[in-house]
Design a protein around this ligand. Structure first.
Ligand code: F6P
Length: 542
């Protein structure tokens, strides 16, 4: 058992949570007219209002005290010093170096890695520009019209999310993403493409991931069937840290873009993993994405904890999870183009902090990452928001809102903003039985019918939420937003004392898939009766 829950700072927070148990958000707002500005922070163009969280100034001080006990400042320094804080794999977590300016000095094992980062960025730039200008010709001397990124997890979600978020800026070849080993996805993409004008980017840090290798092999067969083996040099590129495996696959050395073991998969879209983005959006816009993230890195590294956006965002999540009993975290971007942000964040947070032992390997007796889920507003309002308002538990929500639309429909935008603000207000204030009674009485309801109707229409309120405002959905601010959540994840890992940068939990399923595959292919392997039964039924129906 970890000793953490017994620490003085933890106990102080637990006692304070008990004191606040009967305090409603409405009381907190009524008691303090200046509550909103006191619980807001702006950094790198992003504005966070966390005044609708169930906390007070004392809560914040106690949380900051806990962060201090956990030596957060020291951990931030270690992160930025390139120390091997991913101790189970002996690696640094140095994604910040991927977005550092050319003249920065950031060292891993005593070596400045910034020059090699920019060397790859420069090679990507030439490659992307050649594709975008049509200078790059396929095997049939035709320019490339479609680029297909084949990768999964961190080699897919980030680029896929950014491509959709920044779609209005896309002026290069069309970009497609294939991740799932369900062949339906690859097939749907291939049906939109022509071999002579398609280029595949195989993106895999390890270049061993079963799904990616299988999809890459299928894409290769599709291309070779149409254009022959020699065409591979003009129609395949790869992004990986495993250069030997890429070459074995047959990809021409000049089309291979490397990155490094100090870049975790879910933190990798800033590296050559973002090559498809650079092709779609252009090198300049890709560098704006990096610059926005770098601005957030500098803020995170230098701002004191009490004025540090990622730190405060993490402290709020820690408070909700470990002291108010929240078991999930909802993300509701009120921006259609941020739909995939939820999936990206799920991997970022749950693959990083979904851990049951602390850094020393001891079992934890407190919750780590809550389940993270959500969908874009206003769609979610007509699906799961009922539960957010009237379910038995509180589900903290992060609303993400964009001030300036990039479409001409001003009236739709007003409606979108109004809905977002109304939802957080409704979650906060609720509606009392007395209010419902007055409302229904005015409509003529009375007696038993009135009494029966009331409980169904009561909202308890007191449901916490953050609202994060972005001025606009451009590359720079999107970079800042993603880096904000990356650092939030890191801060949470420090508060929980877990390693955010390994992911041993995905290994067992991978191993067992190998065994089950053998059974499907007719080999005799020992399986449990449930798996055996399901395989038999699948075989019968196939
Ligand atoms: O799902 C586990 C995982 O290892 C992720 O961490 C990673 O992003 C994904 O698989 C893909 O890995 P790779 O880039 O090596 O193919």
């Amino acid at each position: 058992m970890s000793a953490l829950p017994k620490s003085r700072a933890w106990r102080a927070l637990a006692a304070h949570a008990r004191e606040l148990a009967d305090v409603h958000l409405n009381d907190l707002f009524a008691a303090d007219e200046g509550r909103a500005p006191s619980f807001s922070i702006e950094a790198v163009g992003l504005f966070l209002d966390y005044s609708k969280q169930r906390l007070t100034r004392e809560t914040r001080d106690l949380l900051l005290g806990y962060a201090q006990q956990q030596e957060l400042t020291g951990w931030i320094a270690k992160l930025f010093a390139g120390e091997a804080i991913n101790h189970t794999e002996g690696r640094a977590a140095y994604h910040m170096a991927l977005r550092a300016p050319r003249d920065a000095v950031m060292k891993v094992d005593g070596k400045n890695v910034v020059p090699q980062v920019h060397e790859v960025l420069d090679r990507m730039t030439v490659f992307a520009e050649n594709l975008r200008s049509g200078k790059w010709k396929g095997a049939k001397r035709k320019p490339i019209t479609d680029v297909v990124n084949i990768g999964i997890g961190g080699s897919d979600l980030g680029p896929r999310m950014v491509a959709e978020a920044l779609q209005p800026f896309a002026d290069g070849p069309r970009t497609h993403f294939v991740a799932n080993v369900d062949g339906a996805q690859l097939q749907a993409v291939l049906e939109q493409c022509t071999p002579a004008t398609t280029l595949f980017i195989i993106t895999s840090k390890t270049f061993t991931t079963q799904e990616t290798m299988a999809n890459a092999a299928a894409a290769r067969s599709w291309l070779v069937a149409a254009l022959g083996e020699k065409a591979i040099a003009k129609h395949f590129a790869a992004v990986s840290t495993n250069l030997a495996a890429v070459q074995a696959f047959g990809i021409a050395p000049q089309n291979i873009f490397g990155f490094w073991d100090w870049v975790g998969g879910r933190y990798s879209m800033w590296s050559a993993v973002g090559l498809s983005l650079m092709v779609a959006l252009g090198p300049e816009r890709f560098r704006e994405l990096l610059a926005g993230a770098h601005a957030m890195d500098s803020h995170f590294q230098n701002a004191p904890p009490e004025a540090n956006l990622p730190v405060l965002l993490a402290l709020v999540a820690f408070w909700n999870t470990n002291f108010l009993g929240a078991t999930d975290q909802v993300i509701a971007p009120y921006a259609q183009r941020l739909e995939k942000f939820v999936a990206w964040l799920q991997q970022l947070e749950m693959e990083s902090n979904g851990k049951r032992v602390n850094r020393a390997g001891e079992a934890l007796d407190y919750a780590t990452t809550p389940t993270l889920w959500g969908d874009v507003g206003t769609n979610g309002q007509h699906a799961f928001f009922q539960m957010l308002h009237q379910g038995t538990a509180a589900h903290p929500v992060d609303f993400v809102l964009i001030a300036k639309p990039d479409h001409p429909h001003a009236e739709l935008n007003q409606l979108l903003l109004a809905n977002c603000l109304a939802q957080s207000k409704a979650m906060m204030r609720g509606k009392t039985a007395a209010e419902v009674r007055t409302e229904l009485s005015a409509k003529g309801l009375s007696g038993a019918a009135l009494e029966a109707a009331i409980p169904h229409r009561v909202f308890l309120g007191n449901r916490p939420s953050n609202t994060l405002l972005m001025p606009q959905l451009d590359a720079w601010h999107l970079g800042a937003l993603c880096a904000l959540y990356e650092h939030r994840t890191f801060v949470l890992s420090v508060l929980w004392d877990v390693n955010a940068y390994d992911q041993w939990g995905v290994e067992l399923g991978k191993q067992l898939a190998g065994t089950v595959l053998k059974a499907i292919q007719g080999e005799r392997v020992k399986l449990d009766s449930s798996t055996q039964q399901l395989l038999s039924r699948l075989a019968d129906k196939a």
